[in-house]
Structures are given as structure tokens and as C-alpha cells.
Ligand binder design. Structure first.
Ligand code: NAD
Ligand code: GLY
Length: 366
């Protein structure tokens, strides 16, 4: 059983996200049915050193069955591979294989591989198609959809990149069976974020089924992925390039979350854990900045607790966290801007003064 969700974009750029169990085996067949890939022969699969032993052979076999000639590049697993030098090595490999404009890149892995391979595809010969095959919960519910691609600089994360929408997304939930627990919780953080921002329907469904998601129940997981993709597809359709004040909602929880990751050193907490803490803090800040609906903070806390995303014990000082927030990409005119949630699906992006943030941080007890 597979579900197909269409991301609707102007200029005949709509694409399908297929979500289901066992659908990796139909990857080549599904790609063949896409106009943009109908005449493609050469494909480069980009994956990482953890995912390659698990799913590369299966992926290449699925591509071969549909007549694709697939080469591969395996990058070291981890955030360090989102790097210009690694992108350069992949471009060189593509040039040595004499891949032309009719080739395609397949990103097989989590958000690191998706962002890196998407960026490689966006720039090679000024742009070739990319197909996203997400294998982490986070990449299924967020990064594989929406076309943001990037590499990091020593100065910060995702500072160089472009929007390059995939031609197709294939999310085979069976691949999640091998995902480590920490990465599972990381994806749960992004699911909680989407549920809180999207609608009462998603939020209260997720609250009811949080323990099932935390314990990796397959039908609850598949439905959570579908709901997130429907939500994200809607956001991207309304504000593809984050210029209409809509897509910024996807940064809910990320302002403090990202600051915690930077100030504590990447890896001290998972991204999802840090985002969950950021969601709790954003509601506290909203309480001080105009108020929140009764019961919302408690319901959100119940959801995060049930997903195993507990309050964090952060050692970084309030001043260090504020300093890290000052480099947030949402800031304008030097002012920090927060996604403030006032209730389920009731959010706004608002500037908040440094003093107000510091006061809230000091009272927060991280
Ligand atoms: P990741 O890609 O590093 O994957 C996490 C770990 O899981 C890695 O060690 C990976 O090798 C391993 N892994 C992947 N699939 C596996 C599987 N099925 N079984 C076993 N191990 C597996 O991390 P992530 O959390 O998927 O993505 C994080 C990245 O995504 C960050 O770089 C972030 O900036 C980016 N991101 C991008 C967007 C976007 O819109 N483009 C959105 C959110 C996050
Ligand atoms: N994950 C943030 C975005 O896609 O905009």
C-alpha cells in the first residue's frame, strides 16, 4: 500500500511524494513514469557510509530493472559531509563519468545526503533532476520535500545552497526499521512541530497516538509521515521560497533549538531534542508577548513527553544562547524573530527584543 501526495508548484513543476511499505523496489519503475526522467539513462546514487550497506544494492537493482544505468558515490555519514569539498568530489565524479544534462541524481539517505545531493544536482551543468529517497524519519517528514538544498561553511550551517525541487520523492517506511533510536526521536521532534503548527486535527491525533509513534508502530508512523508531508506540501505550495511569511512557520522551535545545538556543541543533543526544547520555550515567550491559549503549553508538553522528548539540561549560559540566536537566518535588521505559537495552528513570526529573550531564558531554567 502506498500513498501519493502531490506538491503543487507553478510552471508545471508539480511532483509526487510516494509513501509506503516496500516501495523502494518500485523506485525505477516509478521514476520512468515521470516525464522529466522518461528518457534518462544515467543515474548517480549519492548515499552515506551507514546507508550504503543497508539499501544501496536494493536501490541500484530497482533502478536497473527500469533500464537505468546507476553509478554511486558513498560519502562519510554525518553532518561534516555537507561540505563544498565533498560536493566538489561528487561533481568531479559526475564529470569523469561524462554525465550529461539527461542524467539524474538519486539522494539515498537522511537529510545530510538529501541536502548535499540536492545541492550537487542544482549546480551540475546548471541543474539536473534530483530524486529524493529519504531513509530517516526526519528526512521523510521534512527535508526531502520542499526543495531546500545546502552545504555548510565553517561560519555556519546551510549558508550556501539553493532551492531545487525534486522530481520525485520515494519514502519507503520499511527503511526506518534500521534507524537508531536517537535518530527516531529526532524525527519525532519535527513531527511534533508540524502537528502543533498545522491543525487541531493533526495535533490531537498525534497526542492520542504519540506512544505508538514513540514505540515505532508501523501504521501510526506511516500516517504521521503522510500527515507531515501533506502539511509541508501545502506550506511549500503557498510559499516556495520563504518570501510570503508562511514557510517560516517550519522554523517553530528552531530559534532556541538551533542556539542550543550551537552553544552546546553539535551532537550534545539531537536536533529533535533541541527543537522540542525550543517549542516549549517559544510558548513561554509567547505567554510573555501577548499570551497563549489556556491549556496549550500543557498539551504540547504532554505530546513532547509522550514522544520521549523531555526537558533538557543545557549547560550553555543565557548570554551564549542569545549570541547564537543573533545569527539566526530569520533575523532582520539585527533583530531576533521568533515563531510564537499561541495555540494549536495559531502562530505568528514576531521580533522579540534581546532583553525580553534574556529575561525569559533566565527564568526558563535550562
Ligand atoms: P542524517 O542524514 O545525518 O542521518 C542521521 C543518521 O542516520 C546518519 O548517521 C545516517 O547515516 C543514518 N541513517 C540514515 N538512514 C538510516 C537508516 N534507514 N538506517 C540506519 N541508519 C540510517 O540526519 P537527518 O536527521 O536525516 O538530517 C539532518 C540534516 O537535514 C541536517 O543537515 C539539516 O540541516 C537537514 N535538514 C534539511 C531540511 C530541508 O528542508 N532541506 C529540513 C530539516 C533538516
Ligand atoms: N525545514 C524548513 C523548510 O523546509 O523550510
Amino acid at each position: 500500500m502506498a500513498t501519493k501526495i502531490i506538491v503543487e508548484l507553478p510552471g508545471a513543476r508539480d511532483y509526487a511524494v510516494r509513501i509506503g511499505s516496500g516501495i523502494l523496489d518500485a523506485l525505477g519503475e516509478n521514476m520512468r513514469a515521470i516525464d522529466q526522467l522518461a528518457r534518462t539513462t544515467d543515474v548517480l546514487v549519492v548515499t552515506d557510509s551507514n546507508v550504503a550497506p543497508l539499501y544501496l544494492a536494493q536501490t541500484k537493482a530497482a533502478l536497473a530493472r527500469a533500464g537505468f544505468k546507476a553509478a554511486d558515490v558513498v560519502v562519510p555519514a554525518g553532518e561534516d559531509s555537507k561540505d563544498l569539498a565533498v560536493a566538489g568530489e561528487i561533481w568531479s565524479a559526475m564529470a569523469q563519468l561524462a554525465l550529461g544534462r539527461d542524467c539524474a541524481v538519486v539522494a539515498l539517505g537522511g537529510g545530510v545526503v538529501g541536502d548535499l545531493a540536492g545541492f550537487v544536482a542544482a549546480a551540475y551543468l546548471r541543474g539536473v533532476p534530483v530524486v529524493q529517497v529519504p531513509t530517516t524519519l526526519l528526512s521523510m517528514v521534512d527535508s526531502s520535500v520542499g526543495g531546500k538544498t545546502a552545504v555548510n561553511l565553517p561560519e555556519g550551517k546551510n549558508l550556501v545552497g539553493s532551492f531545487h525541487q525534486p522530481s520525485f520523492v520515494c519514502a519507503d517506511v520499511d527503511t526506518l526499521a534500521t534507524l537508531p533510536e536517537r535518530e527516531w526521536r529526532c524525527g519525532c521532534g519535527e513531527i511534533a512541530k508540524s502537528a502543533a503548527i498545522d491543525s487541531d486535527d493533526f495535533f490531537f491525533w498525534m497526542l492520542e497516538h504519540a506512544e505508538g509513534l514513540a514505540s515505532r508502530d508501523s501504521s501510526i508512523t506511516a500516517e504521521a509521515v503522510q500527515r507531515c508531508v501533506v502539511f509541508k506540501a501545502g506550506v511549500v505550495a503557498r510559499d516556495e521560497h520563504e518570501t510570503a511569511g508562511v514557510r517560516e512557520c517550519l522554523n517553530y522551535g528552531h530559534t532556541l533549538g538551533h542556539a542550543i545545538e550551537v552553544a552546546s556543541g553539535f551532537g550534545a543533543f539531537s536536533h529533535g531534542e533541541a527543537v522540542a526544547e525550543g517549542m516549549r520555550f517559544a510558548v513561554e515567550l509567547a505567554r510573555n508577548q501577548g499570551g497563549v491559549a489556556e491549556g496549550f503549553a500543557e498539551a504540547q508538553a504532554d505530546l513532547l513527553d509522550a514522544l520521549g522528548l523531555q526537558r533538557l539540561n543545557v549547560e550553555a549560559s543565557s548570554a551564549d544562547l542569545l549570541e547564537a540566536m543573533k545569527r539566526d537566518k530569520k533575523n532582520r535588521g539585527g533583530q531576533i524573530r521568533f515563531v510564537l505559537a499561541r495555540d494549536v495552528a495559531q502562530w505568528e513570526v514576531a521580533p522579540v527584543s534581546d532583553d525580553a529573550i534574556l529575561a525569559a531564558l533566565n527564568g526558563w531554567g535550562l
